[in-house]
Design a protein. Structure first.
Length: 470
């Protein structure tokens, strides 16, 4: 009897406690800093949260009715026309889990609508999570958008999820996007692919499987993708802002991209000191995707307006006044020439260009980029396409000795190039016939640059054949 009376006395107290946990009126203030210390009181709101999770938000001149729900593992903020979240839905916006987890637990969180921070005056009631309690899976990665290239001034946030699926993973990432510039927060599928050695990035309406036609396609360098997935600050090609993940992307999410890691035939990076030893800025790396026999180079760069173009080295002048310059083309096939207003045209001295082609560090005052990773056979292809830059008699033929008017510059050029070629063949002496090195030396002594170019190309072809066992 006594225990029954105790329960009856305790019941009203428990019910009142439950009601306090499921209903509440609390304030929401806007702050300027991520610690929520410097308040902007003029934006103060009063939230009345019902036991069913409907939030009546009272501001200075407005009133709105909000409720948070979970759909396919993603959080939605629903807005209704009438009190008690009735009268039909009049709007919705996607929210990131980081925002929700912090907001629903009374923490200081970023508000993408005004690029500020918000925090409740007290711990929100559990009822605010009534229809969103199952938004804890799958695992998600948090990403912030910034207005500066050091990623210090946030302007929005995104969330990346790899959805669990009964189907084989096809690289589709479920992305929630919120930022002040967007008309409303959104959710979409993002898929990185390696197509013909180039990183592509498609956006899809289907956020679970990235099916259907891509809404927007972007092109990236491998260097950009590496930096992005590692959590470095990188430019966002969709806007004029920057992106930075709070943690690295799991390797299993991008395992299908590894064929792009070694696809580029060479990479260029800007240098600011004479040692070329400064940290590489991944956003400024330019990748040579392919090289045609005629010397046309297909190029990929991190750019919103011109991510892909082509280029070819050209020669002008004569004797010691020869200069090498780049000619730029739209697309990947050196046909439609771009004028100087679209792409600048750097120039090298003939011998300086050859050293640069061999990977030497250019002097800082030149303002050139350092070339890395270009193989000997690809160098030979480029050199062969510039054979007209050399002085020689028109009747020079393979196997013979051509008369030449080669200048001291020509001789230095040939000697410099042969050092690289001889080093290459010497380092592979196990499969290199002894006569091949002698042939290169003979070409050098002939003093005929064009003859040398063609011999290097032939020697490389023969060597490649021998090395492969053909």
């Amino acid at each position: 009897m006594q225990s029954k009376m105790a329960v009856q006395l305790l019941l009203p107290h428990l019910l009142a406690t439950f009601m306090r946990c499921s209903e509440a009126t609390l304030g929401l203030s806007v702050y300027r800093d991520p610690s929520c210390h410097s308040a902007k009181a003029i934006n103060h709101e009063v939230w009345e949260v019902s036991e069913h999770g409907c939030c009546t938000v009272n501001a200075a001149n407005t009133k709105k009715y909000l409720q948070y729900v979970c759909v396919d593992g993603g959080l939605l903020e629903l807005r209704y026309a009438g009190s008690g979240c009735s009268g039909g839905m009049i709007g919705r916006a996607s929210k990131t889990r980081n925002w929700w987890d912090t907001m629903a637990k009374g923490g200081c969180t970023f508000d993408d609508k005004a690029n500020t921070y918000i925090k409740f005056s007290s711990y929100p009631p559990t009822s605010i999570q009534a229809r969103a309690s199952d938004c804890n899976a799958p695992p998600a990665l948090q990403l912030y958008k910034y207005t500066d290239n050091l990623c210090t001034i946030p302007s929005g946030e995104e969330e990346l999820k790899k959805q669990p699926s009964k189907y084989e993973y096809n690289g589709c990432l479920d992305v929630t996007i919120t930022d002040a510039e967007a008309e409303s927060s959104s959710r979409a599928g993002a898929k990185f692919q390696c197509l013909d050695g180039i990183v592509t990035h498609g956006t899809f309406k289907d956020y679970l499987y990235c099916s259907g036609e891509s809404l927007r396609d972007q092109m990236h360098t491998w260097a950009w993708l590496q930096a992005y997935t590692s959590g470095e600050c990188v430019p966002d090609l969709r806007s004029d802002q920057y992106l930075k993940l709070t943690s690295a992307v799991p390797s299993s999410w991008i395992a299908h991209m590894q064929t792009c890691a070694s696809a580029a035939i060479a990479r260029m990076r800007p240098v600011t000191n004479s040692g070329c030893d400064e940290p590489v800025n991944s956003s400024s790396v330019v990748e040579w995707a392919s090289l045609a026999p005629d010397g046309c180079i297909s190029v990929v760069q991190t750019s919103k307006t011109m991510p892909r173009y082509s280029q070819r080295f050209r020669c002008k002048g004569s004797g010691d006044n020869r200069r090498i310059f780049l000619e730029y083309f739209a697309g990947s096939s050196c046909k439609a020439v771009l004028d100087g207003s679209v792409a600048g045209t750097p120039e090298w001295s003939f011998t300086g260009w050859l050293k640069w082609l061999n990977g030497a560090c250019p002097s800082a005052q030149d303002g050139f980029q350092k070339l890395d990773g270009l193989s000997l056979d690809n160098r030979a292809t480029i050199l062969s396409a510039l054979a007209s830059c050399a002085d020689e008699e028109p009747d020079a033929t393979d196997g013979g000795t051509a008369a030449s008017s080669a200048s001291p510059t020509d001789t230095a050029l040939v000697t410099s190039t042969t050092v690289s070629a001889s080093s290459y063949f010497s380092s592979n002496s196990t499969t290199n016939p002894s006569g091949l090195r002698g042939g290169i030396a003979q070409v050098t002594n002939s003093g005929t640059v064009r003859y040398f170019f063609s011999k290097v190309a032939v020697a490389l072809t023969v060597y490649a054949s021998i090395g492969s066992g053909n």
